[in-house]
Design a protein around this ligand. Structure first.
Ligand code: SF4
Ligand code: SF4
Length: 82
């Protein structure tokens, strides 16, 4: 999963673009639900939130490092295919 750092300026660009509805407004800045973020595996070639973020504040979540197989499995689970 990816992580939004506290540099986020709450521009609201990423939230509507997430194919998994994993992004939500947290206490101070936007946050990503690691259980819903597939790093866009199953939807896009690249994480679309990273593509649209104007200040590059979305990074890999060190507490939720997942390989391609795990992310693909998460995608299948989230879409009811598993
Ligand atoms: Fe959503 Fe993709 Fe960003 Fe994860 S990487 S939060 S799935 S847009
Ligand atoms: Fe924050 Fe970047 Fe999302 Fe804008 S696009 S709300 S700066 S994480």
């Amino acid at each position: 999963a990816l992580l939004i750092t506290n540099k986020c300026i709450n521009c609201d660009m990423c939230d509507p673009e997430c194919p998994n509805q994993a992004i939500y407004m947290g206490n101070k800045v936007y946050e990503i639900d690691p259980h819903k973020c597939t790093e866009c595996v199953g939807h896009y070639d690249q994480p679309t939130c990273v593509s649209v973020c104007p200040i590059d504040c979305i990074k890999p979540d060190p507490n939720h490092r997942e390989n391609l197989d795990t992310l693909a499995e998460k995608y299948l689970r989230l879409t009811g295919q598993l």
